[in-house]
Design a protein around this ligand. Structure first.
Ligand code: NAD
Length: 350
């Protein structure tokens, strides 16, 4: 299968490409190489004859048409997006352009290509989205997001992703484009850009810096190991029912404070501090994110029952692998620390 992946130089897209190539698929990676991109994530596949890279922006429709025409993909996995909620608070414009208008361009280019190719049965447009489109949950563990939960996005990021989801479903209803939508919970794992909670905490700890926790640390997320997510995404595009939405969760709800304490415990074991104290002493509560959603949690019944997928690791196992990866891969993360905005407090709303 030849898959056009957008955003393949990012965190999740690169995990998808590494897995897809290892499974014998051909991949074209379309990526604009924004501040969040790292082609180094793809070093393991870069020289593979089944991998091709196209430096292009999904805001540029003629470029997308050119790439469809040149590579003639069988399917599309659309991951390219601006993805950091804090940055969406400071500068929502690029989120609207890339996440909404960029998705519109992808849909129109895919529709033209699919129609001109005689509407092949096997074509799929798989849109990768987030559980944040569903809003915020109460603490009740019985209440989780299902595929039928009404949309209630509350940040510029989640509103832009919700808009793109609506566009994708409209293109399926109106034009018959064979789409699949997945909404996943918070990912973590190797190659996570050092502006998100888990790499920030891990790297700050190694540098003896404060470990910032927004608000009181009680916000709950359902943590999904990125390589498990990549498995689920390939399964959905290969076996998912056209037109259907699948929620993908980690079955691992933890509060931010619990998560950070777990990371500290792992580091205490793997890289003890010189003075014998715990890294948890570096935990520092900082001003909360405006509109910080209290809880996200995914009901994974549909993907489990219909496609037989479940996450393979607990968050404790995944965090141990992740922390070890950061300890072993300083050459990867060190240069990223000087990228624009990294290491700064963003998204305070001021
Ligand atoms: P990321 O920020 O790590 O990577 C995004 C990639 O998209 C980068 O390589 C970037 O260069 C590229 N990109 C951005 N704007 C572009 C444009 N205009 N044209 C072409 N390429 C562009 O993001 P991620 O964490 O890998 O997320 C991938 C997708 O998964 C996104 O759609 C995101 O909304 C979704 N998602 C992520 C998470 C998560 O926890 N990371 C959770 C749910 C959903």
């Amino acid at each position: 299968m030849k898959i056009l992946v957008t955003g393949g130089a990012g965190f999740i897209g690169s995990a998808v490409i590494r897995l897809a190539i290892s499974r014998g698929h051909s991949v074209i990676n379309l990526d604009a190489l924004t501040y969040a991109a790292c082609l180094e994530n793809l070093a393991a596949v870069a020289d593979n004859p089944t991998y091709a890279f196209e430096h292009a922006d999904i805001r540029n429709r003629p470029e997308i048409d050119r790439i469809f025409g040149k590579h003639q993909p069988d399917m599309v996995m659309h991951l390219a997006a601006e993805s950091h909620v804090d940055r969406s608070i400071d500068g929502p414009g690029t989120f609207m352009e890339t996440n909404i208008l960029g998705t519109f361009n992808m849909l129109e280019a895919a529709r033209k290509y699919w129609a001109e190719g005689g509407k092949p049965d096997g074509f799929r447009f798989h849109h990768i989205s987030t559980d944040e489109v569903y809003g915020s949950l109460p603490p009740d563990p019985e209440v989780q997001f299902t595929e039928d939960t009404p949309y209630d996005p509350r940040s510029p990021y989640s509103a832009s992703k919700a808009s793109s989801d609506h566009l994708v479903r409209a293109w399926a209803e109106t034009y018959g484009l064979p789409v699949l939508v997945t909404n996943c919970s918070n990912n973590y794992g190797p190659y996570h850009f050092p502006e998100k909670l888990i790499p920030v905490v891990t790297l700050n700890a190694l540098h003896g810096k404060p470990l910032p926790i927004y608000g009181d640390g009680s916000n709950v997320r359902d943590w999904l190991y990125v390589e498990d997510h990549a498995e689920a995404l390939l399964l959905v595009i290969e076996r998912g029912e056209v037109g259907r939405t699948y929620n993908i969760g980690g079955e691992n709800e933890r509060s931010n404070l619990q998560l950070v304490e777990t990371i500290c415990g792992i580091l205490d074991r793997l890289r003890p501090r010189g003075d014998g104290s715990s890294y948890s002493e570096l935990i520092t509560f900082v001003a909360d994110r405006p509109g910080h959603d209290a809880r996200y949690a995914i009901d994974p019944s549909r993907i489990r029952e219909e496609l037989g997928w479940r996450p393979s690791v607990t968050v404790e196992e995944g965090l141990e692998r992740t922390v070890r990866w950061y300890l072993d891969n300083e050459d990867w993360w060190r240069p990223l620390l000087s990228r624009q905005g990294v290491g700064q407090r963003l998204g305070t709303g001021r």
